[in-house]
Design a protein. Structure first.
Length: 333
């Protein structure tokens, strides 16, 4: 261990010791003040923190002077030891006083932690500082011996320095060469990675385009199939309508033929009946006149067949002509 490490250890010991001392002092003031206030007249209770502060000041003096004496390698004799143990004992007694008076063993144990830690830290810190001082002296002695040895071995050190410098240059050159090779390898790997990424992107774009084309083709085929199906259904519907129209026309034609045949039979029967012996009833006369009108029989002949007058028959003929004209007008678009 060198001198720097020893000084660092000493600083760590000093900082830790003062942290423990400060924490113990604060804890002691907070713990002892209520005890002193309870055993001090009411008019002087404001002086309760003075006693713990005095005891803690004695602790600070002990710790500080012990550290200085240890650093100098001196020994204060029995009085510093007596002061250390007296302040530690007083601090311990004051801290556990409230719990001891109350018979609280747990409180006694808890409040004894900080004083005991302070006592042991003071003793251990003193031992640590003496050991560190001895170590510093040993390091200095070793340093002087090493300086003497270095004075005798100057030529060897120079040779070692030159050899180390040569090895350092060779090592740096090797490192630089490895760095260049590593950079070149990284550049090649990066170029390969970029090429691979570009190929993958191109493949993905081609696959996406191919999938889009296939989707378009499927949609087009589906549209064509749907269009063909609609056209087929429309053709079937048109054919069905044409067939139904033909059937309807055939039925109407047959109906018209049957109706025409019936009319012809009735007309023939009416015309074949000849003039009646007496005037026909009006309904029968109207039917006879209608049949005669449809057959194109003159008015006079129709009057003879119905037994009614020519004027009445002419009026009926005029009604049939008006009805025919009205039907023709209604059928005209």
């Amino acid at each position: 261990m060198n001198r720097v490490q020893i000084r660092s250890s000493e600083r760590a010991l000093s900082v830790g010791t003062w942290l423990i001392v400060g924490g113990a002092m604060l804890y002691s003031v907070l713990t002892v003040t209520p005890l002193m206030a309870a055993h001090t007249p009411a008019a002087w209770r404001w002086t309760a923190p003075i006693l713990p502060l005095v005891v803690d000041a004695a602790v600070v003096i002990v710790v500080r002077l012990d550290s200085v004496l240890a650093r100098l390698g001196g020994n204060g004799g029995a009085w510093p030891v007596a002061l250390r143990w007296m302040t530690g004992t007083m601090t311990l007694a004051l801290n556990i006083g409230v719990s001891a008076l109350a018979g609280d063993l747990v409180g006694v144990a808890v409040h004894a932690v900080a004083p005991l830690l302070l006592i042991v830290t003071a003793e251990a810190g003193l031992a640590y500082r003496r050991a560190l001082t001895a170590a510093v002296l040993a390091v200095e002695a070793r340093k002087r011996a090493e300086e003497d040895a270095r004075g005798r071995a100057g030529a060897e050190r120079e040779e070692n320095r030159l050899r180390a410098a040569r090895e350092q240059r060779e090592h740096e050159a090797a490192i630089a060469r490895e760095q260049r090779e590593h950079e070149a390898t990284l550049a090649r790997e990066e170029a390969d990675r970029q090429d691979r990424i570009r190929r993958e992107e191109a493949d993905q774009a081609e696959a996406a385009a191919r999938a889009e084309r296939e989707a378009d083709e499927r949609r087009e085929q589906l549209r064509e199939q749907q269009q063909a199906e609609r056209e087929r259904l429309e053709r079937q519907a048109t054919q069905q309508r044409e067939l139904e129209a033909q059937q309807q026309a055939e039925r109407e034609r047959r109906e018209q033929a049957r109706e025409q045949e019936r009319i012809e039979r009735e007309r023939a029967a009416l015309l074949a009946a000849g003039p009646p012996p007496e005037k026909l009833p009006e309904e029968q006369a109207r039917a006879t006149v209608a049949a005669a009108f449809a057959a194109g029989v003159p008015v006079r002949v129709a009057a003879e067949l119905s037994g009614w007058s020519v004027g009445w028959t002419s009026a009926r003929y005029q009604e049939h002509r008006d009805n025919s004209t009205a039907k023709a007008t209604a059928l005209t678009p």
